[in-house]
Design a protein around this ligand. Structure first.
Ligand SMILES: Nc1ncnc2c1ncn2[C@@H]1O[C@H](COP(=O)(O)OP(=O)(O)O)[C@@H](O)[C@H]1O
Ligand SMILES: [Mg+2]
Length: 366
């Protein structure tokens, strides 16, 4: 019998919350029935950003921020149900990722603030949350978790496929023809471009990459940025704002010397293009297409640069394979909730480096 699950995702970009309501057939294949999005109110966005670095009274502030986050999640769930004309009782569970404020798997932890109890209480729907920590407990990175969903959705026996998620951070999933899957975080996707764009244009992101397209890539700066040791590390690996943040960028800009802001933007966009396409060339060079998802798929300039570096590979948004780019990550968390509800593993240990497959998350009853 088909079952409904919702997925809620708010990622490192700190843009807002994407929600998806999806129907899962007995085979576990999802069909998205509705999508909803809420941008973060400015004050919440600033507080979530602030909580990414150490500061005063963090426990108290995290608790309040997780309540505010839950309030927004509840609005998204209400809209998902209204859009699909579905009653809360018809939904088996919500997969709620929460907001990552620290990601330090090397130190044995990853931290998503969330209030699944409040979400369950107010929505009347069971919640599955805290997906990443079990993978970390099993020695894994706890990320990227979307790789398993990419495989379930886009994998095709006998054919190599590549899926690139461009959120705040970029991650590649290489679905190899022999059934093997590789995946890891490539580096920053939108996180640095967004902060630079906000600082110099007042806009939260560079719509269509139009501003970056006006600049000239500064080769010296790009080389400096590419010296970051993370890029050369072998997988399994994952990263976040803990590394790629304003301090990281400013120290490189200081070392480089003066540069026009628009040229910095062009260079940051090129950094994303180069690090992602290097990953594709290293792990999925025989793929005929690169499916792109996440908000970065809307950055036309970036999409053009990806295509430039991958001649012979069709670079296209995941919409081409039936799932719109902005639905993929939220749908992945609906899928992870489905997996939990059926006591099925949600991680791919070959990707995260965990010692084996694990059922991810904890169940908060309706
Ligand atoms: N029209 C657009 N043009 C360029 N970039 C966009 C556009 N729409 C969204 N984005 C980028 O996508 C980001 C959000 O992507 P998302 O997949 O939600 O990331 P995350 O999972 O980190 O929240 C925004 O912060 C912005 O940088
Ligand atoms: Mg987002």
């Amino acid at each position: 019998m088909a079952e409904l699950f919702a997925g809620l995702m708010s990622g490192t970009s700190l843009d807002g919350v994407d929600g998806v309501l999806a129907e899962f057939s007995a085979s576990g294949f999802p069909r998205v029935v509705s999508h909803a999005y809420r941008a973060f109110p400015e004050a919440l966005r600033e507080e979530l950003l602030a909580l990414n670095t150490s500061g005063a009274d963090e426990l108290h502030r995290s608790a309040l921020a997780s309540n505010a986050l839950a309030a927004l999640y509840i609005e998204v769930v209400a809209e998902l149900l209204a859009n699909a004309n579905v009653d809360a009782r018809a939904v088996r569970a919500i997969g709620s990722h929460g907001q990552t404020v620290r990601h330090r798997p090397g130190l044995g932890y990853t931290w998503q603030i969330n209030n699944p109890s409040l979400l369950a209480e107010r929505s009347g729907i069971a919640v599955v949350a805290d997906f990443r920590t079990r993978d970390v407990a099993a020695g894994g990175q706890g990320a990227p978790l979307v790789a398993a969903f990419h495989r379930a959705l886009f994998g095709q026996a006998g054919e190599t496929r590549a899926v690139l998620n461009l959120g705040g951070i970029s991650n590649l999933t290489a679905l190899l023809a022999d059934g093997h899957t590789t995946g890891f975080d490539c580096g920053p996707a939108n996180v640095l471009m967004d902060l630079w764009c906000l600082r110099h244009t007042g806009q939260r992101f560079d719509a269509d990459g139009a501003w970056a397209a006006q600049g000239t890539v500064q080769r010296g700066l790009l080389d400096l940025l590419l010296q970051e040791p993370y890029f050369a590390e072998p997988p399994p690996k994952s990263t976040g704002r803990d590394l790629f943040n304003v301090t990281w960028l400013e120290s490189r800009l200081r070392a480089h010397g003066p540069c026009h802001p628009v040229d910095v933007q062009a260079t940051l966009c090129e950094l994303t293009a180069v690090t992602c396409t290097d990953a594709v060339k290293a792990h999925a060079s025989d793929a005929s297409e690169l499916l792109v998802c996440g908000g970065g798929a809307l950055n036309l300039h970036l999409m053009g640069r990806l295509a430039h570096h991958l001649p012979g590979m069709a670079v296209r948004p995941s919409d081409a394979r039936g799932l719109p780019a902005q639905h993929v990550e939220a749908a992945a968390f609906a899928w992870l909730a489905y997996r939990h509800a059926h006591s099925l593993p949600g991680n791919l240990s070959a990707v995260t480096g965990a010692s084996g497959p694990r059922v991810l998350g904890a169940w908060y009853p309706a």
